[in-house]
Design a protein around this ligand. Sequence first.
Ligand code: 5RP
Length: 244
Amino acid sequence: MTVKTKVTDKILLTTDDKKKAAAEAAIDKYVQSGMKIGLGHGSTAHHFVRSLGKKFKGDKSLVCVPTSKATAEIAKEVGLNVSNLNENPYLDFTFDGTDEIDPDFRLIKGGGGALLYEKIVATSSKFVLIIADESKLVPKLGKFPLPVEVIPFGVRATAWKLERVFQANNMQPKMAVRGKDGKPFVTDAGNFIIDCECGEINDPGRLELMINNLVGVVHCGLFINVSGIALIGTTNGVEELRRG
Ligand code: 5RP
């Protein structure tokens, strides 16, 4: 069961306005001086970081742990107190975007290529708050290609094993190593990403376990039982969704 509450009711017309409004609502409602927070990656998370800078610039008591080099750069630029998980292994909150979110708060993440650090930071946080525009709400995960972060060594062998896992789940996704400028895209951790066009995923929990169990796979972009709260920017304002 999901509990839905209206947070703001300003009409929001563009996707970017919806992302920004969700990010600002998250700051107003949940961020206070003295907290230790994780900062996600992607356009919505970056709206969050820039708006956070406007409110908390120079506030040393708000400790911010970024999930990517790009997020760290923006956070420093806007005057936030940037730290890391080694100095602060337990966080109060992480604020991050998503590529998809289903009614059980299961997510596909990694469209921006930061899924591994996002998952490490998210699972080190008491609460993970998802900020997104309404296009990310889906009845079932799988329209967005599932990113799987893999070790570059033996990537074709890992892709072959991955294919077997999908077959065991009656799936035949189109799979491709993510590229950038004619070369494989390399994550901040030095790995590659295989994007898998799955179509509807019937059992995301089982699929996550099976994929993450493969040698050569670092982690996949399925986030199960990681978050139970989301702020969603819609045409009619920002709504909060909570797992009941
Ligand atoms: C990055 C992510 C992002 O949260 C996801 O891609 C959403 O991006 P955006 O906020 O730009 O729509 O998982 O790895």
